[in-house]
Design a protein around this ligand. Structure first.
Ligand code: G3P
Length: 220
């Protein structure tokens, strides 16, 4: 499984890239707003992310009609070679995905919550599909089970083009564990959750023990 970072924060992206684990980035309007970003700097911000990341960078369109989504998608794709246009799973989004994919522009269909949505996204030409996990947990449903269904269903078929499943709305190391066990291609993870994935209490305890023993060696 590859790790994407789910953020628009340049410092977080630079840090994760320095660990050698960063295969891509996903952003959305909420994440950009969280950086204090302004509308007129949005495209430049995406360009800056694309320069740091050696991999696909999903940039989301906030348009609602197919024509606007297509226009927006073309503008976003022109920003850098590694831009992936992120489009919501809805009727207008499917039409825009078909049009953009036909032009060779990769699309990540987002806000995916069901197997039929995922299959339709793949049929429309989506290069990536993003089933959300945490949002199901928010409404006391099993987000991991939903993700597993999408992975199994999509893997049943050859869509005639590469399709990768991005486990999205990931909130914890357990979500990452479950996504890896079921064979999700990618997990897009917030920076705080990624840091938690690196840690384990037994690693910390092991380090403490090493340090104490090493002090003894130094004093001997
Ligand atoms: O990748 C999608 C993600 O940004 C949504 O996460 O935590 O708002 O459900 P969340």
């Amino acid at each position: 499984m590859k790790f994407f970072l789910d953020t628009a924060d340049l410092n977080e992206i630079e840090e994760a890239a320095s660990w050698g684990v960063l295969a891509g980035v996903t952003t959305n309007p909420t994440l950009y707003a969280r950086t204090g970003g302004k509308l007129d700097d949005f495209h430049n911000h995406i360009k800056r992310i694309c320069e740091i990341v050696d991999g696909p960078v999903s940039a989301e369109s906030v348009a609602m009609t197919r024509d606007e989504l297509i226009r927006d998608g073309r503008e976003l794709a022109a920003l850098a070679d590694n831009v992936v246009v992120k489009i919501p799973t809805m009727v207008e989004g499917l039409a825009a995905t078909k049009a953009l994919s036909d032009e060779g522009i990769p699309v990540n269909m987002t806000l995916c919550f069901s197997v039929p949505q995922a299959i339709l996204a793949a049929r429309a030409g989506a290069r990536y599909i993003s089933p959300f996990v945490g949002r199901f947990d928010d409404i006391a449903e099993d987000g991991i089970a939903q993700l597993a269904d999408v992975v199994a269903a999509v893997n049943n078929y050859d869509f005639g083009h590469d399709v990768e499943i991005i486990a999205a709305s990931v909130r914890s190391a357990n979500h990452v564990t479950q996504a890896a066990l079921m064979g999700a291609d990618i997990a897009t993870v917030p920076f705080a959750a990624l840091k938690k994935c690196v840690q384990h209490p037994l690693t910390d305890r092991g380090l403490d023990a090493f340090m104490k023993d090493w002090e003894k060696v130094q004093q001997a």
